[in-house]
Each structure stands twice: as structure tokens, then as C-alpha cells.
Design a protein around this ligand. Structure first.
Ligand code: ADP
Ligand code: MG
Length: 626
């Protein structure tokens, strides 16, 4: 027997390990299973190069709970260690890793990052007061038994273990009782080890044996007890795309997100060896307008070991709306997030992913435009978000980003430009792009525009006002105008203007009359000679104010504070018959009724007439037809 003291500079290293890793205690199991996997992979390697003779079988890893003795066992059939190796790798090397770690992070308050450090073997002490290693090397050397109770002292004795491999025994501490529950361990295994390359057994299960041929219909199948293997050792992302069918990709998606019923729209298989190593599959799910709850579904792995589902800094922000898996051993995880973002290699990874997504979208668009158009509504948020946040993606997306019209057509930007330029260029040579965000609410405005032969886009994403803003600055002489921003004549000003039926004197009389009426609502009154068949009163929301407000609501952009003045302008169509009537009516009472009725119609067409005002309008309308 040998007794020793682990060589420590920091005497109280174990309490420190506990304290520092507090937020992430559960990773101990992942670390131990990673070691067991490494030991097994080494074994297979040694066997394949002939250094180990004989059949090594199909080594597996077993996780066992012993609730009576309050222990958790991680057992592998890998290379094992001799006593000399235990001294070297556990007492010296592993420990120096722990020391180095503490040295580096002793001042750090950010315990979140530390969980990713991978303290390895010693993380076992986060949950156990005592840890034992019983290990038999693949060589002829006798087995060894190491015990350490969490102080820097350990014992190392011979063991009678005969079979090759290592068993780690954790005596779970009082405050970590949760790790003695089978459901908790299963949860951890499924979270961290679901796709690891060596089979992991956790208990056993009963399966139905296939019925022999010719059995009666109501025959009960025989049961058999087999190992419960919790992992898929060959996940789809480790294979090559040509070996995978659409169904394979979809079934892997279901494996990743078992509670997700909707299949993904399409996927992108990532695979690169140089200048960094990265594999993975990203899926485009259907994305609705509620962006925030859909984020952070991408899982990050290192060599098939789950690390985190926070891929911030590694995947560009706009792609965090996607789902799937990224596996790269080249992402440094033992650093803070801000450092990660500045890291050159990580930048390259992020750029690579952005480029691949752009290429895939472009090829889908080129290959089958119709199906791309059909998917547009479900994917546009990601693309628009990307165009907004990544300039390179903005340039690339110019080829496939679509602009749907109210009549169900889809144009790329250049197609749109070609189509509307002849009609929608105003007298200053500016191209006016008309849009609506709600076909129902803005129906009368859309109709007005379409009657003039204009095209109206349907742009209804939550971040569209930001994107429009960006488009206007990156393209020359264009302006996006929502159809209800002003009278259509004012939105696209032409050389020839419509003559007003009213003379200046009449106008001077009319304006204060109306103003007096709408004083309380705070509308700006503007007299406008429009087509006589347009409405007598039109409520407009000037583009600039409205857009600033929207941008503010969806984050950033605005600088005007929340109390933005008068969102509505009341346009009075001086060419409408009702306006002439209002002007000519002798009795104040009748005038009031006419203005009220006209105003209510304007509100109605903006969806603003509700409650008591609506009731009054109905009553008044009935009187009109009496
Ligand atoms: P790392 O895995 O990063 O090397 P660890 O602290 O996890 O650091 O493990 C230290 C070393 O102990 C390993 O490199 C390995 O040599 C040895 N070791 C740990 N667990 C096992 C095991 N189950 N079988 C064989 N060797 C092991
Ligand atoms: Mg390790």
C-alpha cells in the first residue's frame, strides 16, 4: 500500500472546487463519462494498430446507482491504468489541471463560464465526499485501488479486479442527494451523453421479441430483458450528407427535439476541416413573429459531448433562431463570452456558418423558386434579421430575399424595381415603394393605391421597420411608404397635380371649422385636393413618426422619447362633395352631423371606431337613411 499527499499549492483546493463550480455541479457525470469514452477509444485504437492482441469485444460504459450504499458507479472496459499511471495521471497531472484552473479563475466571479472549463476527473468532488478508482490496465500489471476523501490525502493499494477497465465510485455527499435518484441521472445522461460514441448502459429494460412465423393473431410476444442503452452512438451529423435521406434528417430532428411535432422546413449540413474543424446540422423551423421564445435551441457539442445550448458569440445572433447541432473541438470554452466574440477562430466559425446558410438559401431559391416562395413566410424573419445585422449576409440575400405583394406575387428586389420604376417614380426621381402591414386594416388605402396602378407590398415582420430603414440608406433614391402614411397623391407626387375645387377663401373658412371640431383628438388638419371619389376625410399616420415609434418598440433606432406628438394627420379632401356640403350648410347642427359622419368613416377605415363612438355612428347612419 502506498499513502501520499497530493502535491498542492493551494491547501484548500477541494472547498474551492466546490465553491467555483457551484452553478454547474451536474457536469461531473459528463466529465467522468468523457474519461471513460477516451479510455475506450484509446483501447480500440491500440487494438486496431495491433498493440493489443486478441478480441476486445464491443466495450461499453455502464452507469450504476447503489442507493443502499449511496454510491454512483461509472464503469468502463477501456485501457485502464496501472498504479504508476494512477500516480501520474490522477495524483499529478489531473491535479495540476485543477490547480491551473484555480489559479486562472481565483478572482473570477463569473461562475457560469467555469462550468465549461472541464475540470475533468476532480469535478467528482463537487458531489462526492469520497471517490474511489478501481482500475485494471490492459497490460499484465495488477489492478490498483485509489481512494481519496476530499482532503489532499489519498491511498493507493492493489486490487483484485480481474477484468480490464476502470470503475469510478462516487460516495455521494449529503447535499448532493439528487444524484442518487435514477430519474435525475437519466436526465443528465440524456442531456449530455445522448450522442456519445461509446454505448452507455443505464439499467435494463424489457423488450417484446418478434413473434415466430405463423403465430395466432392474439399471441402475446415473449419478453426479453436487455441493456438499456441511452445513447445514439452514430448521430446524423457525424455522417456524410450523401449517406443521409430527408427522412434521416427529419428523424434526427425528432431525436433532438422529441416534443416538437412540426417537421423542419429544410436543413443545412455543416462540415469543414480547415482552418478549423466543425460538423453539424442546422434546421430551419417554422418561425413565427414571436422571436424571443424561439431562440437558443441550437446545441453545442465537442466530440459528441453536449456542452451548452447557449451558442451566443459562436453563431451569429440572427441564426440563433434556427435549431440543430454544432460540434467543434476548436471552440475555446474556458473563456468568457466577450473574449469568445473577439477570438479570431470563433469569428471564422461564425462567418463560415453565415456563409453556408446564405449559400443554402440561395441554392434553394434557384432550384425551386415556387417552394421557396411557399416557405417565405416561415423563414423571412431569419433572413430579414440577418440582412439587418450582418452586412455580408445583406449583400448575399439581395438575390433571394423576397418582397410579397398584396396580390400574392413574390419579387426579388431587382424584379420589384424593374416592375414599379415606370409608375412609382415621383417627380424628383425617387422610387416610392408602397407597403402595408395589414391588408384588412388598411384595405381602403391599398385599394386607392391599386386603382392608380401601383403595387403594394405586404411587409409584416416585427423588425421590418428597421430593415426598411437600412434598405433606404443602402440603395439609392428609394423610399418606403406605408399606404396609410398620406394621401396617395402625396405619397407619390407627380408633376401634374389635381386641381382643388375650393378657392383660397373657401379653404380659409373650412380649415378652422374642422380644426375646431377635432381639437380634442389632437389630429393635424391638412386640406388636400384628392380624387373626388376618394373619401372626404382620411386619417393618415405619417411614415417617419410611425416608423420611429415602431423601431423603438422593437429595440433601438428611435431617439425621440416615448411621447411622440400627433401620430395622425387628418386629410380633408377638398374635392369631395361632402366637404362642399359642410362648407355650404347653413345650420350648425347639420354641419356637425356631416363632419361627425365623415370623420367616423375615416376612423372606420383605420379600424379606430370602437365602443360608444361606434354606437353613435350607427345611430346617426340610421337617421341618414330615414
Ligand atoms: P483529461 O481528461 O482532460 O485528461 P481528467 O482530469 O479528466 O483530464 O483525467 C486525467 C487523466 O486521468 C486522463 O487524461 C487519463 O489519463 C486518466 N483517466 C481518467 N479517467 C480514466 C479512465 N476511466 N480510464 C483510464 N484513464 C483515465
Ligand atoms: Mg477528462
Amino acid at each position: 500500500m502506498s499513502k501520499g499527499k497530493i502535491n498542492v499549492a493551494v491547501e484548500n483546493i477541494f472547498p474551492l472546487i466546490k465553491k467555483f463550480l457551484y452553478s454547474d455541479h451536474e457536469i461531473f457525470l459528463r466529465e467522468l463519462i468523457s474519461n471513460a469514452t477516451d479510455a475506450t477509444t484509446k483501447l480500440t485504437h491500440l487494438s486496431s494498430i495491433g498493440e493489443i492482441k486478441g478480441n476486445i469485444g464491443t466495450p461499453k460504459i455502464e452507469i450504476k446507482l447503489d442507493s443502499k450504499n449511496k454510491t454512483l458507479h461509472v464503469i468502463d472496459q477501456g485501457v485502464g491504468m496501472t498504479d504508476v499511471e494512477v500516480n501520474k495521471y490522477i495524483n499529478e497531472v489531473a491535479f495540476s489541471g485543477a490547480e491551473e484552473f484555480l489559479e486562472k479563475y481565483k478572482d473570477s466571479q463569473d461562475s457560469g463560464i467555469i462550468g465549461h472549463f472541464g475540470l475533468g476527473f476532480y469535478s467528482a468532488f463537487m458531489v462526492a465526499d469520497k471517490v474511489e478508482i478501481i482500475t485494471k490496465s490492459h497490460t499484465k500489471k495488477p489492478a490498483a485501488h485509489w481512494t481519496c476523501d476530499g482532503s489532499p490525502e489519498y491511498t493507493l493499494v492493489k486490487s483484485s479486479k480481474k477484468e480490464r477497465g476502470t470503475e469510478i465510485i462516487l460516495h455521494i455527499s449529503k447535499d448532493s442527494k439528487e444524484f442518487l435518484e435514477e430519474s435525475r441521472i437519466r436526465e443528465l445522461l440524456l442531456k449530455y451523453n445522448k450522442f456519445m460514441p461509446i454505448p452507455i448502459k443505464f439499467g435494463s429494460k424489457e423488450i417484446d421479441l418478434p413473434l415466430p412465423k405463423g403465430s395466432p393473431k392474439d399471441a402475446k410476444p415473449k419478453k426479453e430483458t436487455v441493456d438499456d442503452i441511452i445513447n445514439n452512438t452514430n448521430p446524423a451529423w457525424t455522417k456524410t450528407p450523401k449517406d443521409l435521406s430527408d427522412e434521416d434528417y427529419n428523424s434526427f430532428y425528432r431525436e433532438l427535439y422529441p416534443s416538437q411535432f412540426e417537421p423542419p422546413l429544410f436543413n443545412i449540413h455543416l462540415n469543414v476541416d480547415y482552418p478549423f474543424h466543425l460538423t453539424g446540422i442546422l434546421y430551419f423551423p417554422k418561425i413565427n413573429n414571436d422571436i424571443n421564445i424561439q431562440k437558443d435551441k441550437i446545441q453545442l457539442y465537442q466530440n459528441q459531448v453536449f456542452v451548452t445550448d447557449n451558442v451566443e458569440g459562436i453563431v451569429p445572433e440572427f441564426l440563433t433562431l434556427l435549431r440543430g447541432v454544432i460540434d467543434s473541438p476548436d471552440i475555446p470554452l474556458n473563456v468568457s463570452r466577450s473574449y469568445l466574440q473577439a477570438d479570431g477562430a470563433v469569428k471564422k466559425i461564425s462567418n463560415y456558418i453565415t456563409r453556408k446558410v446564405g449559400d443554402k438559401l440561395n441554392s434553394l431559391f434557384k432550384k425551386d423558386r415556387k417552394s421557396f416562395e411557399e416557405k417565405w413566410n416561415d423563414i423571412k424573419v431569419v433572413i430579414e434579421y440577418g440582412m439587418l445585422s450582418e452586412d455580408k449576409f445583406f449583400d448575399k440575400a439581395d438575390k433571394f430575399a423576397l418582397y410579397p405583394t398584396t396580390t400574392g406575387k413574390y419579387y426579388t428586389y431587382s424584379e420589384l424595381e424593374g416592375k414599379i420604376k415606370p409608375v412609382q417614380t415621383d417627380k424628383d426621381g425617387k422610387l416610392i415603394i408602397l407597403y402595408t402591414n395589414d391588408i384588412e386594416d388598411q384595405h381602403s388605402y391599398i385599394k386607392n393605391a391599386e386603382e392608380k396602378g401601383y403595387t403594394v407590398l405586404l411587409l409584416d415582420s416585427p423588425i421590418i421597420s428597421h430593415l426598411i430603414q437600412k434598405m433606404e440608406t443602402s440603395k439609392e433614391k428609394i423610399s418606403f411608404c406605408r399606404v396609410d402614411g398620406d394621401s396617395i397623391e402625396n405619397l407619390i407626387k407627380k408633376e401634374e397635380s389635381i386641381a382643388s375645387k375650393l378657392n383660397d377663401k373657401q379653404k380659409d373658412k373650412l380649415k378652422p371649422m374642422i380644426e375646431e371640431f377635432v381639437k380634442e383628438s389632437g389630429y393635424m388638419v391638412q386640406l388636400e385636393p384628392m380624387e373626388s371619389k376618394s373619401l372626404p376625410f382620411v386619417l393618415a399616420q405619417p411614415e417617419f413618426m410611425r416608423r420611429m415609434k415602431e423601431m423603438q418598440q422593437t429595440g433601438g433606432g428611435g431617439m425621440m422619447g416615448n411621447n411622440m406628438p400627433g401620430m395622425y394627420t387628418l386629410l380633408v379632401n377638398t374635392n369631395h362633395e361632402l366637404i362642399t356640403q359642410i362648407l355650404e350648410t347653413k345650420t350648425a347642427k347639420k354641419r356637425e352631423r356631416l363632419i361627425n359622419q365623415g370623420m367616423d368613416l375615416a376612423k372606420l377605415s383605420q379600424g379606430l371606431l370602437k365602443g360608444e363612438a361606434l354606437t353613435k355612428f350607427l345611430q346617426r347612419s340610421l337617421e341618414f337613411i330615414k
